[in-house]
Design a protein around this ligand. Structure first.
Ligand code: ADP
Length: 381
């Protein structure tokens, strides 16, 4: 099978693929790409070049994705040539285009923030006056880690985006600003024959728009909210005919003392940062499950191994050479599982993550945070 894109998600599929006896090929952006370093003979090409992507894909029985950025014209060519893509382009479009996602989820009756399509500053102003300021504006395509998201108090703060949107005719997504209690995520996997499995709902902690920590399961989560969130994610997976892993990012909302509920923030159709904990914390990790799902193999159990698993992302900091810090972290706490992506260090770049399991959530958070901070170079003992 093949993966388009040679990032860390493709890299983390390599271990499970080897264990399941699957021959994996990766179409990488460069021979230094995270997955190219561990998957032998990864061809190098740009995922926007239709002919190169097709030359890669025609040798694969199934093709899946490391990211959501393969353009529609490339996907169309692959489908026309008979390549088995999972997820299929009809589903993937709802993870690629936030306006299409909002439209479809609203049709399905899935709770979302109030939203509108805005093409002009008058559209933004009318929406803000209706729902209240500030509003959250998003570029429909290409955003990640909060790039492509702006909280604005007036339409003038969007002049550059509106100008670009009017040139390419796409429009912007504008949403009410949601005063959420916390961010949650539900991860499910679904196979082409319709089998589905869900991991427990997790809490995702963001720092400056980037996910830094995941708590699995989400602490003190209302049981009704948990089951309705899992139900909604499975329903979305079925209605959109998603194949592979689907991550549904949620905001938990509700007045203090009132019943909690949720609205959906966005969808991702691939293994996701909110599921890295499953590599060590669940019977079946998300990378193995994604492979099983896209190959239409029976799915594995998503059952957690223990009471809590905490994942902390390792972000790039000032240390150019991570190796000494990495050795130290392993020696300091042998129960911490370290996963590194083989990427060059850049400040703020996601370079790896750590997982730790146990019964005392506060202790696990401290240990995972310490390991991530140490590798980053923010703490030295
Ligand atoms: P990205 O695709 O870059 O991850 P998201 O749509 O997930 O962008 O938004 C990034 C972050 O911005 C979210 O994790 C959340 O913290 C904040 N955010 C997004 N939409 C809203 C909203 N409607 N109300 C309040 N905060 C929001």
């Amino acid at each position: 099978m093949g993966i388009i894109g040679g990032g860390q998600l493709a890299r983390m599929c390599a271990g499970p693929a080897a264990e399941l006896g699957i021959t994996l090929s990766v179409l990488a952006e460069s021979d230094e790409a995270s997955a190219a370093l561990v998957v032998p003979s990864s061809p190098v090409a740009d995922h926007t070049e239709a002919d190169a992507v097709h030359a890669f894909a025609r040798h694969c029985d199934v093709v899946t994705f490391d990211h959501e950025h393969v353009p529609p014209h490339v996907l169309e060519l692959l489908v026309a040539e008979g390549v088995q893509l999972h997820p299929r382009p009809e589903a993937l479009t709802y993870a690629q285009d936030k306006l299409a996602m909002r439209e479809r989820l609203t049709e399905l009756g899935i709770p979302c923030p109030r939203w509108a399509r805005a093409s002009t500053s008058a559209d933004v102003t009318a929406f803000g006056d209706q729902v209240g300021w500030p509003v959250v504006a998003k570029t429909p395509r290409g955003g990640y880690d909060g790039k492509g998201v702006r909280v604005v108090g007036g339409s003038s703060e969007l002049a550059d985006w509106l100008e670009r949107a009017s040139t390419d005719g796409t429009g912007l997504l504008v949403e009410e600003w949601v005063p959420f209690r916390r961010e949650l995520a539900v991860l499910v996997a679904r196979s082409p024959s319709g089998q589905a499995a869900a991991w427990p709902v997790v809490e995702t902690v963001q720092t400056d728009g980037v996910c830094t920590e995941v708590l699995a399961p989400a602490p003190d989560l209302d049981v009704g909210l948990s089951s309705s969130a899992v139900h909604a994610a499975l329903r979305v997976a079925g209605a959109l005919d998603v194949t592979g892993v689907l991550a549904v990012e949620l905001f938990e909302v509700g007045e203090d003392g009132g019943d909690p509920s949720f609205v959906v923030n966005e969808l991702a159709m691939r293994p996701h940062n909110s599921g890295h904990w499953t590599m060590d914390g669940a019977v079946t990790g998300q990378f193995e499950q994604h492979l099983r799902a896209v190959l239409d193999l029976p799915l594995g159990s998503p059952r957690p191994h223990g009471r809590w698993t905490v994942m902390a992302n390792v972000l790039g900091g000032d240390l150019p050479d991570l190796y000494p810090a990495y050795r130290h972290v392993m020696a300091h706490d042998p129960e911490v599982k370290v996963h590194m992506y083989g990427k060059g260090v850049r400040p703020g770049r996601k370079l790896g993550h750590v997982n730790v399991l146990g019964d005392d959530l506060g202790d696990l958070r401290a240990r995972a945070g310490h390991a991530a901070d140490y590798i980053r170079g923010v703490v030295t003992e």
